[in-house]
Design a protein around this ligand. Structure first.
Ligand code: GEK
Length: 239
């Protein structure tokens, strides 16, 4: 796994993009930046065991290098389902295809495409693992409605997001803890500051309340947080 040193040198910071440089170091970057990432990836295997149905489809939307897909695939009880891993970054989709090819298992259809255009059908499990936060806010309800409309009875959505808080104190507390987590993982003050300004206009976090309300209005009857570490949450939503 290559180490993320993208923001280690002083630079003119531009908006963050998921390009070749990021794809090269992504595994290291996300593990050192998102508290709980590895636990969530492991648990996605448990969700797959619990929710994936016979002859159904499984979607990993914003799949990056395919970590979520691989975790789910390793624990599928029904081998005759089809998995779809979608990412609109060419570099990510290419590497994802290579990573998936290294392991045996049910068919995975990897595509380089915009998840806002995704055709979702007969889905028993859909995963948005830290991806919705990168869509323009005005596009989020339509995607969740598309997912809810095309989930099979008994199907589920797992939505993981960085969140913000209405209360300024709560916001500062959780931001501070994430900062401490990044420092503990070897990121310098300069790296943290430069990454923060690169991502500022690209990753738009919302409050947990906004997410839960949106899930309800998109057609999910039940939505609850199953994981939280500081300002990162994962929600399970059932139709
Ligand atoms: C993981 N889920 O390792 N269409 C398709 N892909 C998109 C779009 C879009 N409109 N917008 C962003 N992406 C992964 C981690 S990373 C999270 C997901 C992070 C893709 C983008 O190219 C990137 O690969 C991914 O969403 C977000 O479990 O970097 O914090």
């Amino acid at each position: 796994m290559s180490q993320d040193t993208i923001y280690s040198k002083q630079q003119n910071v531009v908006d963050f993009v998921f390009d070749e440089n990021v794809a090269n170091v992504f595994s290291d970057m996300i593990r050192r930046s998102v508290p709980g990432y590895e636990s969530i990836i492991t648990m996605l295997g448990v969700f797959a065991e619990q929710y994936v149905q016979d002859s159904s489809n499984v979607y990993d939307l914003g799949c990056s290098l395919g970590a979520a897909t691989l975790s789910m695939r390793s624990r599928l009880l029904h081998k005759n389902c089809t998995m779809f891993a979608i990412d609109n970054s060419v570099a990510m989709a290419e590497r994802c295809r290579q990573n998936i090819g290294l392991q045996q298992g049910p068919e995975v259809n990897v595509s380089c495409a915009d998840i806002r255009e995704a055709k979702i059908e007969s889905a028993s499990l859909v995963v948005l693992n830290f991806t919705l936060q990168f869509l323009p806010v005005e596009n989020r309800t339509a995607l969740l409605t598309n997912i809810a409309d095309n989930l099979l009875p008994g199907g589920a959505l797992v939505l993981s997001e960085k969140i913000t808080f209405e209360d300024a104190g709560e916001c500062a507390l959780n931001d501070g803890l994430q900062l401490a987590f990044k420092k503990a993982n070897g990121y310098s003050e300069l790296e943290i500051a430069q990454k923060r300004s690169a991502i500022e206009n690209v990753l738009i976090p919302e409050t947990l309340g906004v997410h839960l309300e949106r899930l309800k209005s998109a057609g999910f009857s039940q939505a609850q947080v199953w994981f939280q570490c500081f300002n990162f949450v994962s929600i399970i939503a059932i139709k």
